[in-house]
Design a protein around this ligand. Structure first.
Ligand code: GDD
Ligand code: MN
Length: 363
């Protein structure tokens, strides 16, 4: 049988889930006509090694190990571009998505019934009873309502991570996808020049087999980022806008600390400004890690501490220029708040240029 369907499995620490999932996919699709593409972002648990071990004895399994790159959406895009199969599906590698739906989705596309098939947690007949995360379920409901408004496509679950479409369609949209965050389906739907004709498949969404979820509340912000990306994002890139917004919030932190030390505690300007810089820097690191780089988030005490140290280090030059410029202006009689602001502007240019590369990017 010729290669018909590629199943993309983006993975981040899913070692133990891979083998059993390939077996379940085989159970659903039969012996051939398909391939599994494991797109692993250099998981620390050896997921890529496990994938290679599977691939050694099973030619239907392929591996792309990405080093220094992260993100669920970009992993899916990587898969679209790395397969010759005419149809492509994306699904969680953690067994939350039942492979038994694959044949029906494929048949539906081949019969021309739909341009995209989406497994839905909220369609009639679907269930999330075994999910056991009521908060996430509620968030999904709100998110879906917003998404429907955004794309104009009537889906019960536009945030689904389980869908299938002709690979050529996906690839044609790739140059205009944002590729940031987790919302790959939404991205495809919003980028398509015409509203895609979608068919939904009720999914029994279960708890993950092993390991922990990589997504969280920040997933809601993906919508706002998505909305921005499709409009103003063409002028000022989304990531830069987020970084700027975080920076602006950092200014508030900075000013509050500065005012407290200067006016409240009667400290000298140089000392107060330096402490304010440190506080604002730490706050900005935390919020950028949570929001701006949520798809590349540093997780765990070690990574966060290293990232914080790196962020402070790359910002050190900017912080020095910040304090120097502010002190100079203040000594020239410029109002203290204005002097501080000038210092901040100089410092933030460094922050973005260096941290996007050295903290969340790749050397
Ligand atoms: N390569 C790669 N890079 N894979 C990733 C990354 C990443 O940065 N982040 C997560 N993954 C993988 C996980 O290993 C898993 O196989 C899949 O992507 C989905 O991640 P989960 O951690 O299982 O997400 P979830 O179950 O909490 O979220 C589900 O619901 C979302 C909507 O609320 C998923 O179905 C999402 O796809 C869906 O958007
Ligand atoms: Mn999952």
């Amino acid at each position: 049988m010729p290669l018909n369907l590629a199943i993309i499995l983006p993975t981040l620490n899913e070692r133990g889930n891979l083998g059993p999932l390939v077996e379940r996919i085989e159970g659903a699709l039969g012996d051939d006509g398909w391939e599994v593409l494991i797109i692993d972002d250099d998981s620390k648990d050896g997921t890529a090694d496990e994938a290679r071990a599977l691939a050694l004895s099973d030619r239907r399994v392929r591996v792309i190990q990405r080093i220094g790159r992260r993100g669920l959406a970009s992993a899916a895009i990587e898969g679209f571009c790395a397969t010759a199969a005419p149809y492509v599906a994306v699904m969680d590698a953690d067994h939350q998505h039942d492979p038994a739906l694959l044949p029906a989705m494929l048949a539906s596309l081949q019969a021309g019934e739909a341009e995209i098939c989406v497994a839905s947690r909220f369609a009639l007949g679907a269930s999330t009873a075994d999910w056991a995360e009521p908060e996430r379920e509620k968030l999904s409901g709100i998110a879906n309502a917003m998404a429907r408004k955004l794309t104009g496509v009537a889906l019960t679950d536009p945030m689904s991570g389980y869908f299938m479409l002709p690979t050529a369609t996906a690839r044609a949209l790739v140059p205009r996808l944002s590729g940031i965050g987790f919302k790959i389906l939404l991205d495809l739907l919003a980028t398509s020049p015409h509203p895609m004709q979608a068919k939904e498949f009720p999914l029994n969404f279960t708890a993950r087999r092993e390991g922990t979820s990589k997504l969280d509340r920040a997933i809601l912000l993906d919508f706002l980022a998505g909305l921005y990306d499709k409009t103003l994002g063409r002028v000022i890139p989304t990531r830069f806008a987020l970084f700027g917004t975080v920076g602006a919030l950092g200014v508030i932190v900075h000013m509050a600390v500065l005012a407290a030390l200067l006016l409240g505690m009667g400290e000298g300007f140089v000392f107060a400004q330096a402490i304010a810089v440190l506080c604002a820097m730490s706050f900005n690191f935390w919020l950028n890690n949570w929001l701006t780089y949520r798809d590349k988030r540093l997780i765990g005490w070690g990574a966060v501490l290293r990232g914080w140290a790196g962020f402070c280090a790359t910002c050190a030059v900017g912080a020095f220029a910040n304090v120097a410029v502010a002190t100079l202006l203040e000594s020239q009689g410029v109002f203290w708040a204005l002097a501080a602001l000038a210092g901040i502007v100089i410092g933030s240019v460094w922050n973005y240029a260096l941290s996007s590369r050295f903290v969340w990017g790749r050397f």
